[in-house]
Design a protein around this ligand. Structure first.
Ligand code: ATP
Ligand code: MG
Length: 413
């Protein structure tokens, strides 16, 4: 008996012309993600992909596979030669392992891909069933609500038998759609938006606005920790983060513009800078965690006035979600406990009492023109730091900042 993991692909079956490219991308992602498991070997056969375990423990591998976009489902399968005797013996062994002395109901599902096999699918099901009832007392068939399904996949290269199928992440292969720029704060929403973009096949690079000394290194560290949590979902298991010093611009805004327009204008500045850096890195869209109606800057009127400054699409994966739905995803991907840590974000430092919920474009432009903001934008971009976050790396921002103080940083752009 050989143990394998059988991988099935998802949505990409819609895209016939790209199929080969898409499957290659997922296969390479799988190999990269599992590179520490030295004994594994791999076998690609059409739309299926097998990981041959060679005695590696499947449990940690299952957890990694659950994070790879484009996998629809996968099963831990045992393989034998395609003849009835071997199939019956292996089925017997797997059913015994499955029931472990408990009375359980089951059904058999047979798929016969090897059309030269002497029995039809139905006949194989009947023969194997007969053998199992004879050899395992107390086994009960239930075709409608079985406790487990014994699947037999009869192929030329062998018969694959399994009792458990895991649901994969779905979506498109990571990196297959194009690059985007994620605006990330330390909050709950934006990292979830990033995760959803990755799951849909987008490569992300991330941008964070920090306002030292009003926000601390710990606030940046929080963003780093959030991004590291979603690194395993990405094609190369890493994410670039751009840290933009936002204090001079923010101060200029607070000192010069009408109180109720401060947030609108601050967000326009963030969008402008995100747009410029996105283009420098060839990102095709901006992703953020905005959610309709959540706060004053996220009404439809605010969104329109704010996004007027950019000329690439702004994608808001969470626009229509309820907060609880977002929290559920954040909990599932383990970002929630980090997001709720109490560090200040640049948006929460100076919050006006009554922000505009319907900012007019003309008033916004009038207020904004009180500041000579173009040189401040240039300065922010020139002083932007880029760091690369890697899976399991635990980047230490405080240590990095101390090191950087002693160095002349080379220009990024
Ligand atoms: P989150 O939306 O991540 O929970 P939040 O709700 O505190 O954080 P909002 O004030 O709702 O953030 O901002 C809306 C969106 O703007 C965020 O989802 C994020 O995409 C972006 N954003 C906010 N603050 C920052 C920041 N400091 N740097 C980069 N992007 C930011
Ligand atoms: Mg939010």
């Amino acid at each position: 008996m050989e143990d394998h993991i059988l991988i099935r692909y998802g949505e990409l079956s819609l895209k016939k012309s790209n199929r080969k490219q898409f499957t290659m991308r997922i296969e390479n992602h799988i190999k990269r993600a599992l590179k520490d498991f030295k004994a594994l070997t791999f076998e690609a056969r059409g739309m299926r992909f097998y990981i041959i375990l060679n005695n590696e423990d499947s449990l940690p591998i299952v957890e990694i596979l659950k994070k790879i976009p484009g996998i629809y489902s996968f099963s831990i399968v045992s393989r034998c030669q395609s003849n009835l005797e071997d199939i019956c013996k292996l089925a017997h062994q797997l059913v015994l392992e499955q029931i472990k002395d408990k009375v359980q109901t089951f059904k058999i599902e047979t798929h016969r891909a090897d059309k030269n096999f002497p029995l039809t699918s139905l006949e194989i099901t009947k023969e194997v069933g007969r053998y199992l009832f004879k050899t395992i007392p107390g086994l009960i068939a239930d075709v409608h609500h079985p406790d487990f399904t014994l699947s037999l996949d009869v192929r030329v290269e062998g018969t694959f038998i399994y009792t458990k199928t895991y649901l994969g992440l779905g979506g498109f292969p990571a990196g297959s759609i194009g690059k985007t720029m994620l605006m990330i704060s330390g909050g709950i929403d934006s990292v979830v938006a990033g995760y959803m973009a990755i799951k849909k096949g987008m490569t992300i690079e991330a941008i964070h606005f920090s306002s030292p000394p009003y926000t601390s290194d710990m606030a940046v560290q929080k963003v780093i920790d959030l991004l590291e949590t979603i690194c395993p979902y990405t094609e190369y298991l890493n994410i670039n983060l751009y840290i933009v010093p936002f204090t001079p611009l923010q101060k200029a805004i607070y000192d010069n513009v009408r109180d109720d327009y401060v947030i609108t204008i601050m967000r326009r500045m963030m969008y402008r800078i995100s747009n410029i850096i996105a283009k420098k890195i060839n990102a095709l869209a901006i992703i953020n965690g905005e959610n309709i109606g959540q706060v004053a800057s996220q009404t439809l009127e605010s969104m329109a006035t704010i996004e007027e400054v950019v000329d690439i699409p702004v994608i808001r994966p969470l626009a229509t979600y309820d907060k609880q739905e977002i929290v559920n995803i954040a909990t599932k991907i383990n970002t929630y406990p980090i997001s709720i840590l109490p560090y200040e974000d640049c948006c929460t430092v100076f919050v006006p009492k009554h922000p505009q919920i319907k900012p007019k474009l003309s008033s916004t432009i009038q207020e904004e023109n009180k500041i000579a903001y173009l040189p401040l934008i240039d300065e922010a971009i020139n002083n932007t730091q880029r760091i690369t976050l890697k899976n399991k790396q635990h980047f230490n921002y405080l240590e990095y900042s101390i090191n950087m103080l002693n160095k002349n940083t080379s220009e990024l752009f």
